[in-house]
Design a protein around this ligand. Structure first.
Ligand code: BGC
Length: 759
């Protein structure tokens, strides 16, 4: 108790000190504490266990309780509620010898009880203040429920939509993902991490997890340093530069060495080159998985992992059970254990847990600050802004608030599938279905009817694998044709058909890779039948990844991609379908025409045999015999009920030097009939370089609101920083020469101008 009081007083005194003084006091405090710790207690701090029912059962289960008391647990994750967390914390601060508080983690990925769109959907908003707000609200809710550490943001670039976890990140682009990573860190950690409504952010999965071969989860990654530095590493770095104080290692190997045992990655790059001084935690049992990677037995891989730079071992207890022996045998040294322990203790210190271990356990806050009407309103707004209008022939949308709308498909009546993958804290049973949300918004104005129409998939076993964790979808195992006929009968009396089709929420996310990215055949047949009625059909597409929609694009008049929009999806879909909100989402990842084109991304290299623009096939050029090189929908694409025209691209100077800046401007006019938002995107191409450079790279964007008929001059500054890349020696440089700048509403349809970088 005496030590605890001392801890409390010194920490309280520290708050409000300048950062250097704060750092010095933290160092002093932790050095003193480390001096009092036994080897076992130090190793105990490196042990992160789960409080989730799936693995260890509740925290009061005997082994966890005993371990806490023995100082063998540094952190617990997947446990929530102030009462439970208080109880676990009491075990540590009242019963363990040194009374070191526990850190409590959780996967707060896109909201807590109030769930926002899946990260890929949030990225489609291109709305940076909004994204930061969603992270802030997530932190407020989770911290009110006792949690102080989130395993987010996930910033893995992915150009392979077969990979289910593309849904958890911000898509294919380095710049967009980096911007979002920063906003999320600022939102979670707030201005002062020691405030009780903040969460320690954890950047994951370090590194290159999104580049696994063939989009198969947990698969190997093999990548040149050139690509790594220029395309895949910047978002992790951006999150750290924004102040993120923890990093999670990834499951995959990188050029032959698994990330969790990769000293080059975790020490040379992360600590030495980037100067990171926060906590490195593994992913779930990633140390143990090094055995299957073929690096040795548990003792061997635990030592490798610690020596590589890992501080905290998630779930597998390799550190807990083997590090003492490894120290005795000289396989690890005391400095490495002290280093890891220091980083764990520092995270707790920074969160203010030494000052008050119960600061996140406030039942009153939990009652007042979770799932509030304000938070839900933000979720509704974010959802509506995340939707991407992919097609809208003859202004099928917006719909009129009148008559009968038949909502047909497997996604029409499932609340559990609305929040999306990783919404682990959401109350799925209480989440509105699409039909319920639409009825609430449209009241008596529109008569809404609904029918299943088709199963998620004809394959019941596939449907079972795709609706895990309680994300059930009604299933009807009668003859599929019968379901379609019943749906058609219902559609007879409707004015408009809304086809609610696509993926279930667990068809994307972890361990949900797919090789076929079409809408499942059962649903396609339903869609074909609905189209034959001759009534207007709107496809409301649920998906956690880019799908292959060539057939749908040819045949369906209107397609609104709604991803998984979170707790308020139903109402937000109604807002957009009926024109209360004008869609403004833009794709953060390319939609290919077919799976064979993957990986397909806009920032590709030109090659020595590029296709001439506007052509399809040319012999001996870089292309395919059977499909054009074009995507179905390019990166940055998304329609509006209005129309935005771009004109008058102008550069302030034809040249730029390394100290100066260049202004580029364009006039954007809303020439349609609705007020709306447009994401004005700026891309650059370096025309000649010492290494090959992408044909276009996003370097800036602005989301602007334009009333109907309004024009705005949108201006950007370009500086030498925008032109830098990693050269063959991995030096971050800009090379003098010719550049092109492009501005437009997506990565394909752009205006262009030229400038030179001079010495
Ligand atoms: C996932 C991580 C997650 C962790 C803890 C792992 O399986 O890869 O993203 O943070 O579990 O739940």
């Amino acid at each position: 108790m005496k030590l605890f009081k001392h801890i409390l007083c010194s920490s309280l005194l520290l708050m409000g000190f300048g950062s250097q003084a704060q750092q010095a006091s933290m160092d002093g405090f932790i050095t003193e504490l480390l001096g009092k710790m036994t080897l076992e207690e130090k190793i105990g701090q490196l042990n992160l266990v789960t409080g989730g029912e799936a693995t260890t059962g509740s925290v009061v289960s005997t082994d966890v309780e005993a371990k806490i008391k023995a100082g063998q647990i540094g952190g617990i994750f997947s446990m929530s509620s102030p009462a439970k967390i208080r109880k676990a914390q009491e075990l540590a601060v009242q019963h363990s010898r040194l009374k070191i508080p526990i850190i409590f983690g959780m996967d707060v990925i896109h909201g807590y009880k109030t769930v926002f769109p899946i990260p890929l959907g949030l990225a489609a908003t291109w709305d940076m203040p909004l994204i930061q707000q969603t992270a802030r609200v997530s932190a407020i809710e989770a911290s009110a429920d006792g949690i102080n550490w989130t395993f987010s943001p996930m910033v893995d670039i992915s150009r392979d939509p077969r990979w289910g976890r593309i849904s958890e990140g911000s898509g294919e682009d380095t710049y967009l993902t980096s911007r979002i990573a920063q906003e999320m860190v600022w939102g979670y950690q707030g201005k002062d991490l020691s405030q009780p409504n903040t969460l320690l952010a954890c950047v994951k999965h370090f590194a290159l997890y999104g580049a696994g071969e063939a989009g198969r989860d947990y698969n190997s990654t093999d990548m040149s340093l050139h690509r790594m530095y220029n395309e895949y590493l910047p978002p992790y770095k951006a999150a750290l530069d924004a102040g993120a104080l923890s990093v999670m290692t990834s499951f995959n190997d990188i050029n032959g060495v698994p990330a969790t045992a990769n000293r080059w990655l975790l020490t040379d790059l992360l600590r030495q080159d980037w100067g990171f001084n926060g906590l490195v935690v593994t992913d779930y049992t990633a140390v143990n998985e090094l055995i299957d990677h073929g690096l040795g037995d548990l003792q061997q891989v635990s030592a490798l992992s610690l020596n590589a730079g890992v501080d905290m071992d998630m779930v597998g207890e390799g550190f807990l059970t083997t590090l003492k022996q490894s120290l005795e045998q000289g396989k690890v040294n005391m400095e490495a254990i002290d280093r890891a322990c220091r980083y764990v203790l520092e995270a707790k210190y920074r969160l203010g847990l030494f000052a008050d271990p119960y600061r996140y356990c406030n039942e009153e806050r939990a009652k007042k600050e979770i799932f509030t009407p304000e938070h839900r309103a933000l979720a509704r707004k974010a959802a509506a802004k995340s939707f991407v209008l992919l097609k809208n022939e003859s202004q099928t949308l917006p719909l009129k608030k009148q008559g009968t709308v038949a909502v047909i498909g497997p996604l029409a009546n499932t609340g559990a599938n609305m929040p999306g993958t990783w919404s682990v804290s959401a109350d799925h049973a209480n989440t509105q279905t699409l039909v319920e949300g639409m009825k609430e918004v449209l009241g008596k104005q529109v008569n809404i009817t609904s029918h299943l129409g088709a199963n998620l998939s004809d394959d019941a076993a596939l449907q079972e694998r795709s609706t895990m964790f309680g994300r059930t979808i009604p299933r009807d195992d009668r003859d599929p044709q019968l379901l379609i006929e019943e749906a058609l009968q219902l559609a007879q009396s409707a004015d408009v058909i809304v086809a609610a089709l696509g993926e279930s929420s667990e068809m994307s996310g972890e361990s949900s890779s797919r090789t076929d990215l079409n809408i499942p055949a059962s649903q396609r047949r339903l869609l074909e039948a609905l189209l034959k009625t001759g009534k207007p059909v709107v496809l409301v597409l649920f998906t956690g990844r880019p799908l292959t929609l060539s057939w749908e694009d040819q045949h369906v008049p209107a397609i609104l991609n709604v991803w998984f929009g979170g707790t308020e999806t139903g109402k937000a879909v109604a807002d957009v379908l009926f024109g209360d909100v004008n869609p403004s989402g833009k794709l953060p990842a390319t939609f290919p025409q077919n799976v064979g084109q993957i990986p397909l991304y806009y920032a590709h290299k030109n090659t020595g045999r590029p296709l001439a623009e506007g052509t399809w096939f040319q012999k001996f050029r870089s292309n395919y015999l059977d499909v054009s090189n074009e995507p179905l929908y390019p990166f940055g694409f998304g329609l509006s009920y209005s129309k935005f025209d771009y004109s008058g691209l102008k550069l302030s100077h034809p040249e730029l030097n390394s100290e100066g800046s260049l202004e580029v401007q364009v006039d954007v006019t809303n020439s349609g009939n609705y007020d709306g938002e447009e994401v004005v995107q700026l891309y650059i191409r370096d025309m000649v370089g010492s290494v090959t450079r992408p044909v276009k790279e996003l370097k800036n964007f602005q989301k602007v609101f334009l009333k109907k008929g309004e024009s705005k001059r949108v201006k950007f500054n370009i500086t030498v920083e925008d032109l830098k890349f990693y050269d063959q020696q991995l030096k971050h440089i800009a090379e003098p020469g010719d550049f092109k700048v492009f501005i437009g509403g997506n990565s394909r349809d752009v205006l262009s101008g030229d400038f030179k970088l001079i010495n």
